[in-house]
Design a protein around this ligand. Structure first.
Ligand code: KIV
Length: 299
């Protein structure tokens, strides 16, 4: 099945994302952070691959996403783009690379497109980012908005908390979503908001919403690949469905490898190369190893 969905499938364009939305077909999005995770997302049929700055925490071991630099993001985007050919490719603008001015945001976006083969960028923030979004989209770069829980601003949000839990909060979220839509976003990520609020915002927009922790009435969904594969034995948010237990599978496999190495049961016959001439084995065994050792250390 995975083979059938190989990168023979047509390239996903912005028009295809729009067409999925118009046909009410959910947009399947997933993060990728390197070459293998890019390939696997492509082969599995993901529509939109996001090189999210979650990369900082799940793949690079930083305490938060704000420590990620532009150089690190560019490096990882290039690797993903080498593996992920069909999906529409979007990269997060790292913290500190877009907040100073719309011009700074445009420059950073251009770097992600030109130097790292991305097709669009994502930035966090609502109504206050509208002028920045306008600047980037006017230059012809597709922008994915991100509102609700915005991890780059988690300190000012009081931590990783569910957002817009009241009608006032829902209205505010909608105002932000509309401002981002008017500024030219092609879609908006809604993170950690109650499902009825996500549905309300989705129904009020004419562009897709991509939910993460926002219920199943968004126009699409996104998850962090390493989370949904169960790559960690530590806490993962409530909204993550673990489709596999990679931590258990991988650590079991590695422990078996360690045992095999200790017992010399790996490598086995099928993992080793033969000599060109069988007789040479005997000839090798006849060489006086002790003498060979002496002559090589004997200077
Ligand atoms: O950084 C990220 O991976 C994200 C998604 C989870 C939406 O922003």
């Amino acid at each position: 099945m995975a083979e059938e969905l190989s990168h023979q499938r047509p390239k996903v364009t912005l028009n295809m994302i729009r067409s999925l939305y118009k046909k009410n077909i959910p947009i399947a999005s997933l993060t990728a952070h390197d070459f293998p995770s890019g390939i696997v997302a492509d082969r599995a049929g993901v529509d939109l691959v996001l090189v999210g700055d979650s990369l900082a925490m799940v793949a690079l071991g930083y305490d938060n996403t704000n420590q990620l630099t532009m150089d690190e993001m560019l490096f990882h985007c290039r690797a993903v783009a080498r593996g992920s050919k069909a999906p529409f490719l979007v990269a997060d603008l790292p913290f500190g690379t877009y907040e100073v001015s719309p011009e700074q945001a445009l420059e950073s976006s251009i770097r992600l497109i030109r130097e790292a083969n991305m097709e669009g960028v994502k930035l966090e923030g609502g109504i206050e980012m509208a002028a920045t979004v306008k600047k980037i989209t006017t230059a012809g770069i597709p922008v994915l908005g991100h509102i609700g829980l915005t991890p780059q601003r988690s300190a000012s949000l009081g931590g990783f908390r569910v957002q817009a839990r009241t009608v006032t909060g829902a209205r505010k979220l909608l105002r932000s979503a509309q401002a981002l839509q008017d500024a030219g976003c092609f879609a908006i990520v809604l993170e950690a908001v109650p499902a009825p609020v996500a549905k309300f915002v989705t129904q009020a927009l004419t562009i897709p919403t991509i939910g993460i922790g926002a219920g199943n009435q968004c126009s699409g969904q996104v998850l962090v690949q390493l989370d949904m594969l169960g790559s960690f034995d530590r806490f993962t948010p409530k909204f993550v469905k673990k489709y596999a237990d990679a931590f258990e599978t991988n650590s079991g496999a590695i422990a078996q490898y360690v045992r095999d190495v200790k017992q010399r049961s790996f490598p086995a016959e099928e993992h080793t190369y033969s000599m060109r001439n069988e007789d040479d084995i005997k000839r090798l065994e006849e060489i006086d190893i002790a003498a060979a050792k002496v002559s090589s250390s004997g200077m």
